[in-house]
Design a protein around this ligand. Sequence first.
Ligand code: ME8
Length: 616
Amino acid sequence: MSKRNVLITTAIDYPNAKPHIGHAYEKVCADFTARWFRFLGDNVHFSTGVDEHGLKIYRVAEKNRVAPQKFVDAMSENFKNMDKVLDIKYDDFIRTSEERHKKSVLAFYKKLYEKGDIYKAKYKGLYCVGCETFYTEKDIVDGKCPIHKNPVEEVEEESYFFKMAKYQKKLVEHIKKNKDFLQPESRRKEILNRLKEPLKDLSISRTSFTWGIPIPNDKKHVMYVWTDALANYLSTIDYPKEKYKKFWPAYVHHIGKDIVWHHVVIWGSLLMSAGLKLPKHIFGHGFINVKGEKMSKTTGDIVDPVEITKQFPSDAVRYSIIRETPFGEDGNFSEENLIERWNNEVVNNYGNLFYRITSFAERNFSSSPYAVLNEKDKKVLDNAVKSVLKIEKLMSKFKLKDSVEEIMNLSAETNKYFQENEPWAKIKTNRKEAEKTIYISLNLLAVITSMLNCVIPKSCGQALDILNIKPDFKSCLKLPLIKKGHKIKKTRMLFSKIEVKESFIEKESDTVEITDFQKLKIKIATIKKAVKVEGSDKLYKLEIELDNEKRQIVAGIASHYKEDDIIGKQIAVLANLKPAKIKGVESNGMLLAAEKNGRVALLVPDKKIDNGADIH
Ligand code: ME8
């Protein structure tokens, strides 16, 4: 395989607030891909960055009473810091307020203009500042944006337009012909479906504010933030300078599901107009939820990746978010899962293997021993090569989670191999056999570590250093890569389990006396009325009937049950709880429900029973 030039990109984030775990997820997955291509031996340019222009940023800066440039200068540091603490090894961090980006954008715009694809007209439309996107009446739900659920604004202004409609047919043909252009398949279908409707031309300039790149020869217009932002994929490779030719077309744009349209349809048609090739792949990953819900400022469920890495090893954060969710689907982030995956998979499986093999080798041999391999031994190494090839295939299809699983399977098999061959016993009775086991085990460990390094680089970087090897795909296909006489460095325990704090998972010793339980008055009640608490998606104000008494309680089940599903239902209620105010609404008791992995179920009696019945 000759060395390829591979451009891998992430979306550039809006720095209007601090990054959240969803931003981190995308960057970690893209970083895994980039590291993998470096491991394959390719020449990688991996870029990420921040999207600093547009109305959204302008308004937040205004609210904070700072100039937009000053605001983004400060905010972009949060994103760089997130990348730093998560070991995101980018080749370029692009900020759209940089001069070099402006130059590329203007060169790109010139191409569109010269093609005759830009014209001036009046525009009237419904705009969501959150998405920085126009919507049609049809997309709007009760006057609100379908994604942000904020009221859309009616905008009427003079604007420059890009002849997007002109490229619709060519675009559809491209998506249909190149089956792996837009992935996963569900997003491909969705976009093709949306493209059955005729496309409109795209308004690509604004006059209502000045925070953006001015349109040449008409300075009262600034470029539409998406046209500006999408071109970052070219400015990172110095477009229109020669270097860009080396890396364009991009190998993959890693982006989230909400901006697939912008990348496939807007970016695709802009590129066609500019006479540039379309990226080889666009992968629209899913969203990371917290406690089964979309993260939101109102519920306070925003997970800050920088804070998380203060509590847990950055490798554990990386490992769990890649390993948890099939790439392309929505997933859930939870500290419990992070701890479980780290302790049970990384520490118990790989960490244990690493230390067992290296410490045994260190104690018994001054360098890697030589061994004559028989057919059975060769098969063990051949199987490892097969795993490497399988993982390479999975990675070429962006099956990130499955790839990690395969690496861990190889680690588990190697543990089994080591265990079954008992080198600690053989060293006393059959030294040659023990030498062979170590020789093979060291090689398997080298392969596993080289691949796992793309997922958890901090720990594996140290492991590779101890093994005294550089990760290289080709060597992993030609085993043994650790040959006779290879010296490994002094080993040490690289992994330790995360101690489970009480607040994460309940300790066994947290037992209670029966008298504690008897203090609780848990009773059966019937739900009579349910209305959402104003300003909350999660809370219901419930009117319940207990004996002959009516009560009001507040319960956080609104995102799991519709009003009609619960009215008339009998439930279990903790009835002697001190009254409390939740979001300003009085609550006289607590509804009992079970919760795990974001799913919620009410505790209900299995047959009808009088209200007020006690639960013992
Ligand atoms: O859309 N889970 O910026 P952004 C996973 N500036 N990914 C998520 C997520 C979640 N909960 N929430 C957001 C923008 N993302 C534009 C991009 S690119 C030329 C311009 C993803 O800060 C989202 O899908 O709103 C996007 O890919 C990235 O984070 C940045 O989102």
